[in-house]
Design a binder for this molecule. Structure first.
Ligand SMILES: Nc1nc2c(ncn2[C@@H]2O[C@H](COP(=O)(O)OP(=O)(O)OP(=O)(O)O)[C@@H](O)[C@H]2O)c(=O)[nH]1
Length: 413
């Protein structure tokens, strides 16, 4: 296949893919996810059309080709970073692209030969190809085989172009003449150029299929994550918290260090929603979760049971220590001014504290913690209440006398 046919294929392939993506995105709400890929295909398709239609290029056309091609690869970098779970860093990409495009355009204006705009053009495109491969290879060890393969394939055009430059260099040509005549059919400059176009075609195919597969993988892992994580506050949801709690319930059947559980409920949270709207309510919830997490150890677990109710798991913590932690959290929440659009909101929290007992199920554990929480609410809110100690057999009664009712530990109005 000659170069002209390859150029047409590249242009057509990119534009057809852009059309398919556009049809897929039209009328869907999640179009934002596809817009970078769509822009990448459009720019690259447009870029390949230039040499395909115009044939031998002059300086200005060479510059337009490289700028459009690099813009396409830059959009691809953004799409790959998104797929690999990174931030898009669009400002940096834009700055590098703008400076590079300016240099290419200036070179085109000053050019006495096509080579002048082509040199910075190749460099700019090469820089973005490396950035695309790096975006795909992000977190190499943890990256899937598909992402690693895509990263390697994306470097192929660069290798082909670099190979062409090396082979056309005088020392290599001198070395080849007379010695490796059999290889001249393969290492001729025009042939290398064709290989570079074939490499771009390969990249187009691999990226088109790979992007769709990676997008599907990303969606699937996000759905799996949302089964156990609360989307608003990013802490485990009820299901996720129960999963984290399960091994500690099992461990409680063996003698050893105790594990505490705290249920925290924000006081009169409904009023925040009613006065300021759900958006502000959400902001308050997130700020309070951050504040509470700041008071916990790395080994502790916080989960959202629903609405304004949260649970804390404090491994290797007895009741008195858990009450101290809860009291510290109560004070931190009460002292936290949450800045919303129209107001600074101060909230308080009530908490019920207990430890896991050998005979506990999830139901009995939460029932006890919830009773302590309700006692805190009844006693005026903004309080920490510890659940009553277990009733011990008569022999042990004098060692640890049971409390008749939940014990108020902190009371602050
Ligand atoms: N903004 C926001 N509000 C929520 C969300 N989930 C539940 N809510 C609201 O949170 C409020 C929870 O109120 P409750 O815990 O029942 O009662 P409260 O007003 O906090 O009063 P007490 O618990 O008795 O102190 C309700 O108004 C829910 O509509 C959410 O994700 N975001």
């Amino acid at each position: 296949m000659d170069s002209q046919a390859l150029l047409h294929l590249l242009a057509l392939g990119n534009l057809v893919l852009a059309g398919v993506l556009w049809c897929h995105a039209a009328g869907r709400r999640g179009r934002g996810d596809l817009s970078a890929v769509l822009a990448a295909r459009l720019c690259q398709g447009g870029a390949w059309l230039v040499p395909a239609w115009l044939g031998p290029m002059n300086d200005i056309v060479t510059a337009v080709f490289f700028i459009a091609l690099t813009a396409g690869i830059a959009f691809e970098v953004a799409a790959f970073r998104q797929l690999a779970g990174g931030r898009i860093a669009s400002r940096l990409l834009l700055q590098v692209f703008a400076v590079g495009a300016l240099v290419v355009a200036l070179a085109a204006l000053l050019a006495g030969s096509v080579a002048l705009p082509a040199q910075p053009g190749v460099l700019l495109a090469a820089l973005f190809i490396v950035a695309a491969a790096a975006a795909l290879g992000r977190g190499w060890r943890g990256a899937s085989l598909l992402r690693r393969t895509m990263a390697a394939v994306n470097l192929l055009p660069l290798l082909a172009v670099a190979g062409g430059v090396i082979i056309r260099s005088r020392p290599v040509q001198e070395l080849l003449i007379g010695r490796l005549d059999w290889a001249s059919g393969y290492v001729d400059g025009a042939v290398i150029e064709q290989w570079a176009l074939v490499a771009f075609l390969l990249v187009l195919l691999v990226n088109a299929a790979g992007t769709l597969l990676l997008g599907r993988d990303g969606l699937q892992s996000e759905m799996e994550r949302l089964q156990v994580v609360d989307a608003l506050t990013d802490v485990p949801n009820r299901r996720g918290f129960y999963q984290g709690l399960a091994p500690w319930l099992a461990l409680a059947r063996r003698p050893g260090q105790p594990t505490a559980v705290v249920i925290l409920n924000l006081d009169s949270f409904k009023r925040v929603n009613d006065h300021y709207g759900h958006g502000v309510g959400d902001t308050v919830l997130k700020a309070i979760v951050d504040a509470v997490r700041g008071q916990l150890r790395d080994s502790d677990l916080m989960g959202r049971l629903g609405g304004a109710e949260f649970a804390l798991l404090l491994p290797r913590t007895g009741l008195p220590e858990a009450v101290v932690v809860a009291e510290r959290i109560r004070q931190a929440v009460a002292a936290l001014p949450v800045k919303a659009e129209r107001a600074v909101i101060n909230l308080t929290a009530s908490m019920g504290v207990t430890t896991i007992r050998a005979e506990d199920s999830t139901v009995s554990l939460f029932k006890r913690a919830d009773e302590a929480l309700q006692a805190a609410k009844l006693r005026g809110r903004n309080q920490v209440v510890a659940a009553a100690a277990p009733v011990l057999p008569d022999d042990d009664a004098d060692l640890d006398p049971p409390a008749a009712a939940p014990t108020t530990v902190g009371q602050h109005r």
